[in-house]
Structures are given as C-alpha cells and as structure tokens.
Design a protein around this ligand. Structure first.
Ligand code: CUA
Length: 336
C-alpha cells in the first residue's frame, strides 16, 4: 500500500494549486497600471479592447478549469470503459461544437468593434509621421489650410474623436498608445487612418512598436489628453510664433546653423529635417520620451545625441564649450 492515501497527513494544497496561486498573485501584484498599460484604458477604443481581453481571459480560465476537471474526472474517478456513443459525444461536443460556437462568437464581436476604431472624427485631424527615431506631429483643426507643426508629443481633446493619419518618412514604424487605443503600422508611401477618443485627461506613454533601427526602443511618445477648453487654449498657443528672445542663446542657435534642420516659427529658422522646436520648452519630454525637458538634459543632448540615442541623425556639437552649451540649452528650454 503506498503511503499517499487520505490518511497520510494533514491536508495540503496540491502543488499545481499552489503554483496557480503564486502565478495569480504575481500577475495581480506586478506593475499592471501606470501610464503605458492596456489594462487601464483612458479612451473609448482602449476600453473596448480591454473588455474583449477580459472576456477572453475569463473564458480561457473557465475552459482551462473545465478541461483539467474533465481530465481529472476521466483519469481518477471514471476509470471504467466508456461507451463509443459517449466518447463520440465528448469529442463532437467539446472538440467541434464548443470551439465553433465560442470562436464564432468572439470573431463576430471582434469584427463588430473594429469599425468603431475607425469611426468618423469630430473635426480635428492629426498627421503623425514616424522618423528615425522621432515623431513629426501636425495638427489640422477643422477647416485649417495649414497645419500647426509640432513634434514628439501628441495632445488630444477629451470627449472628442480625433482622426489620426499615420505616415512614415523612412522605414516602417508603428504607432501605439496603449491607454488610448490599438496600434497601427506607419508605412512609407501609404497613409493609415485611425481615430482616437480619449475619455480622461492625463499623460499617457506610447511607443514605436515596429523595429525601425538602432534606437527603436528609444522611440517613445507622450500623449497628453486635455479637457476641450484647455486643448483649444493649448492649440492656439502652439500655433503662435516662437518666443525666441534676443541674446547669446539665440546668437549661438543661428551661429551653429541649427535653423538648417530645425524650425522656429516667426524666425529665419525654417529647417524641416529635424523636429520643429517652436515651443520645445513646453513639451513633457526631450528626444521623444526618453529625457526630461531640462536645460541639463538639453545640453547633454546637443553635446552628444548618439550617447542618448544611438543612430540619431543629429550631429554632435561637442566643439561647443560647457558655457556655450549651457547658454544654448537654457535659451531652448525657454521656448515655451
Ligand atoms: Cu520607430 Cu521602431
């Protein structure tokens, strides 16, 4: 007689049961929230995807428990011979009918929410162009003839559905802000269209989700969602010219030829190669989501962009003295 019968000792949870408990605890305690989580939706589209995911998760758990229960029942309790009719019923019912019903229902539901993700917008269009390794962002309010050009940050009004047009200037990138909606590729020579309808004001982190080169993992994007009056005020300010104060910072900017690549609206700097810097200082991050918007970070970036972002096309300005870098950085940070 083996010693593992019911009388062998105090009852303890089976090893698989403890394993499952540990897994669930780890899943629940790990960082599932935060600004870049699909599990904390802040937009209509993300909420729909989240609902679909939760239903599928619960369904998968129910099926997993059912299958293991059946396995346990067949191997431990019902060990006798099984009739052919009953065996066929199990195979046809559990192996054919159930998957057909479950997968068809999920397919119909999944297809039914797809058009919502591209529903018509309420007026604002935003064109976002992926570049190695940053984002060109153009706001086209309803009826506008020219865009408000910005970079490396997306601002959207809450309670409105905005149209997002996605392009690429070089290789394939992909646009994804998990808290707001699904992801979509940015393909050279083709404009992909999606719409986003934020439901909460806040700052959410997004990322490029298609390998696009050396600094793919350093191509992040903050999305700032604002209540409508705040958004309108912000866009009006963003459309205005740069507050490019006279002084040694400005002199350095033009002496070093920064305006050949970067634009500062209202000044002779009209470069379109790199990010528009008109209101640089008012952005939440530097270098598309990887550095804080501080004078120190700006000085370090200008001195050696490749140190922070390998493969970045901006040349290093390491011939500038520390004083010059600090002066230029402080002036750039003041461009609010
Ligand atoms: Cu852009 Cu990955």
């Amino acid at each position: 007689m083996p010693q593992d019968g019911p009388q062998a000792g105090p009852r303890r949870a089976a090893p698989w049961c403890r394993l499952l408990g540990a897994f669930l605890a780890a899943a629940l305690l790990s960082a599932c929230d935060g600004p870049q989580s699909v599990l904390v939706p802040a937009g209509e589209d993300a909420s729909q995807i989240d609902r679909l995911f939760r239903v599928m998760l619960v369904g998968a758990i129910v099926l997993w428990l059912g299958m293991n229960g059946l396995f346990y029942f067949i191997t431990r309790r019902y060990t006798g011979a099984i009739s052919r009719r009953r065996a066929e019923a199990v195979i046809l019912g559990g192996g054919v009918a159930l998957p057909v019903v479950v997968i068809t229902a999920l397919l119909v539901w999944g297809l039914s929410i797809m058009p919502d993700q591209r529903a018509p917008g309420d007026g604002l269009r935003v064109r976002i162009v992926g570049e190695q390794f940053w984002w060109r962002v153009e706001y086209w309010p309803e009826g506008a003839e020219a865009p408000v050009v910005s970079a490396n940050e997306l601002r959207l009004p809450v309670g409105q559905r905005s149209e997002i047009l996605l392009d690429s200037a070089d290789v394939i990138h992909a646009f994804w802000i998990p808290a707001l909606g699904g992801k979509m590729d940015m393909i050279p020579g083709r404009t992909n269209r999606m719409t986003l309808a934020p439901t909460e004001a806040g700052t959410f982190r997004g990322a490029c989700t298609e390998f696009c080169g050396l600094s793919h993992a350093l191509m992040a994007l903050n999305a700032v969602t604002l209540e409508e009056p705040d958004f309108d005020a912000w866009l009006a300010a963003e459309a205005g010219p740069a507050r490019a104060a006279e002084g040694p910072g400005r002199d350095l900017f033009f002496r070093e030829g920064c305006g050949a690549c970067h634009a500062l609206r209202g000044t002779p700097a009209q470069g379109a190669v790199g990010p528009d810097l008109t209101h640089l200082g008012s952005r939440t991050s530097l270098a598309s989501g990887i550095l804080p918007m501080t004078a120190e970070a700006l000085a370090g970036w200008i001195r050696d962009p490749q140190a922070a972002k390998p493969g970045a096309e901006m040349p290093a300005y390491d011939h500038l003295t520390e004083d010059e870098l600090a002066t230029l950085a402080a002036w750039l940070e003041g461009l609010e």
